[in-house]
Design a protein around this ligand. Structure first.
Ligand SMILES: Nc1nc2c(ncn2[C@@H]2O[C@H](COP(=O)(O)OP(=O)(O)OP(=O)(O)O)[C@@H](O)[C@H]2O)c(=O)[nH]1
Ligand SMILES: [Mg+2]
Length: 452
């Protein structure tokens, strides 16, 4: 079953929780059964599924939901948490090369898992973020291994070291590292062999390389399409060299992502990137929370966009442009609030924004709704001149508006303050945009820090 399929069955499982007339033991048991079926069909390892099922059942039945959260919501959150955990937890960041030294990352993985392609994608990823990268081909088994790496490296503009006729991977890597040390590279990525006469000799070689190189990071590439075998493969590599992070390749197309979940569990290492195609740019930083949220069908921005569509909210290009150019008037603010209120209760809108589903109490949301309604009334009491040019607002105008809208003067001032902050923010954004544009013209490099 594909990840799509897994998502679908998890969503229908969770939908049952929301539809059920009562939340009781029976419902939780049914949910856990559905969950087990869905995960097994997605090739997740049996032991892992059983563990997860036990934890979900235990937490769903015994944990007390936090204030403001219903039992149903809590159950969904438990499922979400546990699937995120299965995928490597909260952590979202790609490995960051340390400054002031040459970092060495070593890619390992079985034949055809995507090491060579991924090595080049990674080199290009870090190069674009200002690191000087290099590639070394340590694969002396695959015919044309060096040529393949060289071709992709050339495309990425990354220097490649290899010895097309060499027989000793350790020597090649040491030579390559020496060369790159001299040319002051920040990050060198080593592409290793995947084919060997048997797995044992492959592991032996990988281990030997590891002990000589002592890489800063060992990255395992796992083919998303392999299913259950991923578990034992990942385990073997982990026992040999200690896997630090995982890249799941071939997540495009009809990938069975379940195997990837198993690989994570076998090594305890998080997925840091996913490969989504054969080209150099087809690499994405992996975000487990966002991924699972999408899989489970909540907390996703897409759902919210869908809602926007349904409300037939139409923002013309002219309006959008005028907002971005800083001519953001109180009329625009009014329109924004109106469209937001048209979408329905804030609670349901917020539930579609990642990271906001929990932690905002109903009271807080009701208060925000009240405030929005008050602000709308305030803008309605203004003259056209005041809406377009709020600078003219003085004490006596504020008093008049407050009386007209049936609110306090403080409310009016608060709205004006909010408006001014928004305008400032938009101006700052505009400044940044032109800065970036100027940067592109002068070849300004993206600073080194902003990774992940
Ligand atoms: N669609 C898709 N294809 C990929 C992805 N990553 C790698 N491939 C393809 O998978 C095939 C194998 O990739 P390689 O990078 O050569 O794999 P490898 O692990 O180096 O293989 P060996 O060197 O033989 O062990 C190639 O045809 C790649 O183009 C991906 O994310 N998506
Ligand atoms: Mg290769």
């Amino acid at each position: 079953m594909s990840l799509e399929g897994l998502g679908k069955s998890l969503r229908s499982t969770l939908a049952k929780v929301f539809k059920a007339s009562r939340v009781d033991k029976e419902l939780v048991k049914g949910l856990v059964n559905d969950l087990v079926r869905a995960l097994l069909q997605a090739d997740v390892q049996v032991d892992l599924v059983i563990d997860l099922a036990k934890r979900v059942e235990d937490r769903a039945l015994n944990e007390k939901p936090p204030p403001g959260v219903t039992r149903r919501e809590h159950i969904v959150k438990v499922v979400y948490d546990e699937v995120v955990k299965l995928l490597g937890g909260e952590n979202v960041s790609s490995p960051v090369p340390k400054l002031g030294k040459m970092n060495v990352y070593m890619l390992v993985g079985l034949q055809g898992s995507g090491k060579t392609t991924t090595a080049c994608k990674l080199a290009s990823f870090y190069q674009r973020r200002g690191f000087r990268t290099g590639l070394i081909c340590a694969d002396v088994y695959r015919p044309g291994a060096y040529q393949q790496l060289k071709q992709l490296g050339d495309k990425a503009g990354v220097p490649v070291y290899g010895e097309p006729d060499g027989k000793d991977p350790v020597k090649i890597v040491l030579d390559g590292l020496e060369l790159f040390r001299r040319s002051k590279r920040d990050l060198v990525i080593i592409d290793t062999a995947g084919r060997h006469k048997d797995e044992e000799s492959l592991m032996k070689e990988v281990k030997e390389l590891y002990e000589v190189i002592k890489p800063d990071e060992v990255i395992l590439t796992v083919d998303a399409t392999i299913g259950q075998q991923a578990y034992s493969q990942a385990k073997a590599f982990h026992e040999a060299v200690g896997v630090g992070s995982i890249i799941v390749t071939k997540m495009d197309g009809s990938a069975r992502g379940g195997g990837a979940l198993s690989a994570v569990a076998a090594t305890g290492a998080p997925v840091k990137f996913i490969g989504v195609g054969e080209k150099l740019d087809d690499l994405e930083v992996f975000n487990p929370r966002r991924f699972v949220a999408r899989l489970l069908g909540f907390g996703d921005i897409e759902g919210l966009l869908e809602k926007f569509k349904r409300a037939e909210l139409k923002v013309s290009e002219k309006e959008a442009r005028s907002v971005l150019m800083g001519r953001f008037t109180l009329k625009d603010l009014y329109k924004q609030m109106e469209s937001l209120r048209k979408l329905g209760p804030l609670k349901s809108i917020i539930s579609h924004l990642p990271g906001f589903s929990y932690g905002l109490s109903d009271e807080l949301l009701e208060e925000a709704e009240d405030k929005m309604d008050r602000w709308k009334a305030i803008i309605e009491s203004m003259t056209e001149e005041e809406r377009v040019n709020p600078k003219v607002l003085n004490a006596s105008r504020v008093r008049r508006i407050a009386r007209g809208a049936g609110v306090s003067e403080r409310d009016v001032k608060e709205l004006i303050k909010y408006y001014e902050r928004t305008v400032k923010l938009l101006k700052a954004m505009r400044g940044r945009r032109s800065l970036l544009r100027a940067g592109r013209r002068t070849g300004f490099k993206v600073p080194k820090v902003d990774i992940g």
